[in-house]
Design a binder for this molecule. Sequence first.
Ligand code: GDG
Length: 767
Amino acid sequence: MRVTVRLLAALWLAELLIIGAFTVAQVTEERARLHDDLERRASLLAEGLKEAVEPSVRRGSPAAVARVLRKFGRPDRRIAVYDAFAGLIATAPVPAAGRPASTAQGAAPARPAPPTPPEVAEAITSEGVRKGLRTADGQTTYVYATALPGSDRPLGAVVVELDASYLEAAEWAVWRYNILRFLALALGLGVITLLVVQLTVTKPMAELAEWAKQLRAGRPARVPAIGDASLFGPIATEVSGLARNLYRARAAAEQEAALRLRGEAIWTEERLKQFAQSQFGGQPLYVVSNREPLSHVWRGGKVLALMPASGVVSAIDPVMRACGGVWIGHGSGDADRETADEHGRLGLPPEDPRYSLRRVWLTEQEEAGYYYGFANEGLWPLCHVVHARPLFRPTDWAAYRDVNAKFAEALLEEMEGSEAPMVLIQDYHFALLPALVKAQRPDARVAIFWHIPWANFEAFGICPWHEEILLGMLGADLIGFHTQSHCNNFLESAERALEARIDWEHFTVVRGRHVTAVKPFPISVAPTFVEDPPTTSRAELCARLGVNAEFLGVGVERVDYTKGLPERFLALQRFFELHPEYRERLVFVQLGAPSRSRIPRYQELAAQVEATVEAVNRAVGTRGWKPILYLPAHHDRHDIWPFYRHADFCMVTSLHDGMNLVAKEYVSVRDDGDGVLILSRFTGAARELRDDALLVNPYDVDATARAILDAVEMPVEERRARMRRMHQHVREHNVYRWAGLLLGELARIPVEPGVRRPVGGPADVLA
Ligand code: GDG
């Protein structure tokens, strides 16, 4: 209200000043105009009179003068002729009493003879004209006196007095008009201002306040539609950020309290934060991965932020949110440069930054050789036993080495000034990075986590550069895999390929004075969707999909040949062939995020997946029902959760998989204690969930079809009991625990003295 009053007062004051100034100018102009008019009329009359009376005055004939004046006289003006001594000779109209003999009889109604105006004497003395306004007895007149010229001195003077009282009236009229104008304008302005303030400020503010209140109360509400985004948008963003933090803090506190009450020691984001604080005293964590946690791309003239479909990103993002630090990743989006600063840095998450992303720029050639070539056509099939032949091109290997050196440079730059930094390198894209970093920063504690399987030495040994890869990795203090069998395969590879001592009791590799621990850390997912749990109902989901089914199955994958997608669809076909009673009752929804589409093998796979879906739908589908609904697109992370939540079963049929987070995400979302997980025995996840998931060999189509039948026919108690146990397991063995164990292990490694080795840079180490 006070703001409105101030706004109104300011507007009114401005209006007053403007109208006031205009009025003063208008009045001055009007006065000048009327004055000129009076003067013109008076001078014309006086000069005319002068000529007419001059002979009579010269002759000394007052009667003749009076006659002339009678002719010119009018009631609204006084004319008079004076002699050389300023004595009145004649005047018109004639004064009422004490009329002198020389008055102009009958010229006009009589009125008292006025006193001689001083202008008369002045005009005679100066032999010229004297004029001006004069007020006497509350009456304003305009006096014009002009001398009657004589031979050596003036004969007298002629005077004209005009009524000028209307001058004041005219000025008042201008003032009155402008005062009314001011009042009308002030009223109009007041009403409009109040309306505008109400509509653009008061109402949106009230809506924002109500929204903030809802958020504060823990009820997620939609941001009200805000007309002026430039005015209220920043507030809305800040309030959402605050609310989200509040919500998270409250959820964390409630979670901690509940866990304390139950005496459970579950890892939470808060606990990981505290742990990281106590272990490395708030030192930032340095993470390197090929994939950046958020990429920016141009879509239809707008910049869109995308969270990639990647197990590594899904796992590391919550850890970085908890610990803070710097994440170094490849800036792969076409709008990435525009959304970062000149060093390629930006805060994440954008609405509430908790850590920094440092983007590394790669040329197309580098990306082709290092990422598409050596990492994904070489190492990926090398490590996954899926019978896809790896390609080892020397040019790809050279690019791989160069890019590892480039990332090492960026990492070393970011670590500048930080003592004994903790470095967590992600995955098979950076096998050489640990040695490069350690060579420059022996004080750094370096871990590399290998997210994909490690094949046995017979398979691994075919790589022409297997020794370099092993040596690069062994630069780390700690190497992590998902399972003990991957660790064993790695230790065996090191034993057989290198001159290194393997301590099988402690699972370490000793080379000279450097010891590398090799341990399993089964990765997992964040326990729940704390920020904004999905609200879409099953009915809404089905309506959106245009699906009408009693049973819903789901698969969520990057389209990758290790994930066993065609095998899954063939098993579904088999299921419907063997159990036609389920036709038109069950729909399987497959979400397929396009992946590595530049690689021919992946292009073939994408076509094969589409063709298989079509073939299955043709083979067992009916006129109004398709057994498989394939949604090939990158989906928003939030959009995936309703599928997990409402699917009666989830299928993970990887031919070989390090862990597989989809299996754990499905289980984690099912805090309703329902749903069945069909899980390939060739995933890391199968080691943990083997008792309660329905384990399958995806190569065995009949067995997988049987598992689908088991899933839909499983008695509800059994279904719930299995899911409850799996849910509890994933809840406890969550990604915070994974990070806590990994970082705890890394923190225990003694720091080497921080002396730089005498080498030029990362590239020299590889030379
Ligand atoms: C590697 C290893 C290991 C899927 N589609 C979309 C999307 N996703 C998300 C899933 C899940 C992640 O991607 C996939 O994780 P996986 O673990 O299943 O598979 P990889 O990407 O191959 O991951 C694997 C993992 O690293 C972690 O160590 O488990 O063995 O191969 O989180 O939800 N996410 C978005 N849109 C999609 O369309 N946003």
